[in-house]
Design a protein around this ligand. Structure first.
Ligand SMILES: [Zn+2]
Length: 163
């Protein structure tokens, strides 16, 4: 039987880059938090690093999917330059006031389920680090252990919660 993979899902704003109180809309708004060493420890333990982020700003027309892809590529390249490989970004482009309900906007588990499917993950061995209760709820609904941190709290402070 093929061994399943394991992953640490990461919320974006407040976890990878500084929380700005609203969606980060432009490249200039990204202030990347120095979690490089902590994320290297996780990747050395065999965890894939996957981002799961609500991007209701797309539904609101604040930025396009193309602009978002450029922002995420830039984020990926910055981490890469520090020895951290972010494998993929999963985002919800919806917002209930603009596009109606969906299955992927956290606290719904859709983004995590996409990651579990795409990367053949064992949810029971995977985690979701987020700075909102809805992140933990999404994790729980997907069978992934959610870890709540404060916005911009160093990931190094919660590393002992991860096997
Ligand atoms: Zn959605």
């Amino acid at each position: 039987m093929l061994q399943k993979n394991k992953a640490v899902f990461l919320d974006r704003d407040g976890v990878l880059n500084r929380e700005m109180g609203d969606y980060v809309r432009r490249l200039e708004d990204f202030h990347i938090l120095d979690n490089f060493e902590a994320l290297k420890i996780l990747q050395n333990k065999g965890y894939l690093l996957l981002v799961a982020t609500n991007q209701g700003g797309l539904a609101k027309g604040w930025y396009t999917e193309d602009e978002l892809a450029k922002m995420h590529l830039s984020l990926k390249e910055t981490y890469h330059a520090h020895g951290v490989e972010i494998t993929d970004f999963f985002y919800c482009p919806h917002h209930p006031n603009f596009t109606g309900d969906c299955d992927c906007r956290k606290p719904k588990p859709g983004l995590l389920l996409q990651g579990i499917e795409k990367y053949n993950l064992d949810p029971a061995k995977s985690y979701f680090i987020g700075d909102r209760e809805r992140d933990v709820e999404a994790g729980t609904a997907a069978g992934v252990k959610g870890i709540l941190i404060n916005s911009d709290q160093p990931i190094s402070e919660i590393l002992d919660l991860i096997d």
